[in-house]
Write a protein that binds this ligand. Structure first.
Ligand code: IPM
Ligand code: MG
Length: 354
């Protein structure tokens, strides 16, 4: 298993260090894991003047999977858009064809009271957001800056989806729903956007191939509201790139902390990039306070989805559950009575539990 490891910026290197210890533990126990580190984001810019250096993309192409920390930081905010750290992330997703982004939001029993919602609303929540990741207004052309007829500057972007892009992400969603509770909610803005009208038509057409899955549709504004009103009504949510970006951050808070959520971004062959959904958190970087669990859970997803190593994947996930049950908490999930630990100590606890 060749893994390209891209720590990135801010807390990225700290949380990746803990994930690497988990991989080392699995390797010591017999899994054939090989890791090679590359630079991305601001680190890529510092190293090679590019948020996605050629060496890094070559490394990622050669690897079976990519493990990524986070990108971005105030130091790079002044750079032109093409050189910004986020472009490294967007380009690697696009260049590797990682169109299917799985963002599970699971509430661990011990963390139900850490949610900003009442415990009874989130207890037992197990939600999967499937976000399309290589299309939509993130990548649509034309885009840019221009002048209006009256000579005023305007910025513009293009939202678009082709039928084939919608079909392939819809099939992934129905496949996932078939293996879960057979309920799929497709989220769009078909009351306003042409892109969404097509989205809804195509998803409805594909649903005929999956008679056992119950499909519903919801407008994105309503979905944002329903997620905090009654989140347990959802099982699998299918949506486009920008709506999925927003709804997945919202869903993360149901679980108590954005520091708990892993993600998988996969191509047609299940080669994937695995990363926590949170960002580089420059305000806490280098302080040993960041929560490494989302990254460690991303390793668990990698083992499951790319390598089909179900036992190892469950071993990592169980270790995370066990450290939570033992009462270890980083600052973001800390509650009275728990044991507050730093990034590294949380890693220690996971390794021990493994
Ligand atoms: C995410 C992030 C990225 C996105 C940013 C950093 C470009 O918010 O992975 O959700 O918008 O996709
Ligand atoms: Mg986001």
């Amino acid at each position: 298993m060749k893994i390209a490891v891209l720590p990135g910026d801010g807390i990225g290197p700290e949380i990746i260090d803990q994930a690497l210890r988990v991989l080392d533990t699995l390797k010591a126990d017999g899994l054939a894991i090989e890791c090679e580190v590359g630079a991305i984001g601001g680190a890529g810019y510092d190293e090679a003047g590019d948020p996605l250096p050629d060496r890094t993309i070559a490394l990622a192409r050669e690897a079976d999977a990519v493990l990524l920390g986070a990108v971005g930081g105030p130091k790079y905010d002044v750079l032109p858009r093409a050189m910004r750290p986020e472009q490294g992330l967007l380009r690697i997703r696009k260049e590797l064809g990682l169109f299917a982004n799985l963002r599970p939001a699971v509430v661990y029993p011990e963390l139900a009271s850490a949610s900003s919602l009442k415990s009874e609303l989130v207890e037992g929540l197990d939600l999967m957001i499937l976000r399309e990741l290589t299309g939509d207004i993130y990548f649509g052309q034309p885009r840019g800056r221009r002048q209006t007829e009256s000579g005023e500057d305007e910025g513009f972007d293009t939202m678009k989806y082709s039928v084939s892009e919608i079909e392939r992400i819809a099939r992934v969603a129905f496949d996932i729903a078939e293996k879960r509770s057979r309920k799929l909610c497709s989220v769009d803005k078909a009351n306003v956007l042409d892109t969404s009208i097509l989205w809804r038509e195509v998803v409805t057409k594909i649903s005929a191939e999956y008679p056992s899955v119950e499909l519903s549709h919801m407008y994105v504004d309503n979905a944002a509201m329903q997620l905090v009103r009654e989140p347990k009504q959802f099982d699998v949510i299918l949506t486009g790139n920008i709506f999925g970006d927003i709804l997945s951050d919202e869903a993360s808070m149901l679980t108590g902390s954005i520091g708990m959520l892993p993600s998988a971004s996969m191509d047609v062959n299940r080669k994937g990039l695995f990363e926590p959904i949170h960002g580089s958190a420059p305000d806490i970087s280098g302080k040993n306070v960041a929560n490494p669990l989302a990254t460690i859970l991303s390793v668990s997803m990698m083992l499951k989805y790319t390598f089909n190593e179900i036992e190892a994947s469950e071993r990592v996930e169980s270790a995370v559950k066990s450290v939570l049950a033992q009462g270890f908490r980083t600052a973001d999930i800390f509650q009275e009575g728990a044991q507050r630990v730093g990034t590294r100590e949380m890693g220690d606890a996971v390794i021990r539990a493994m």
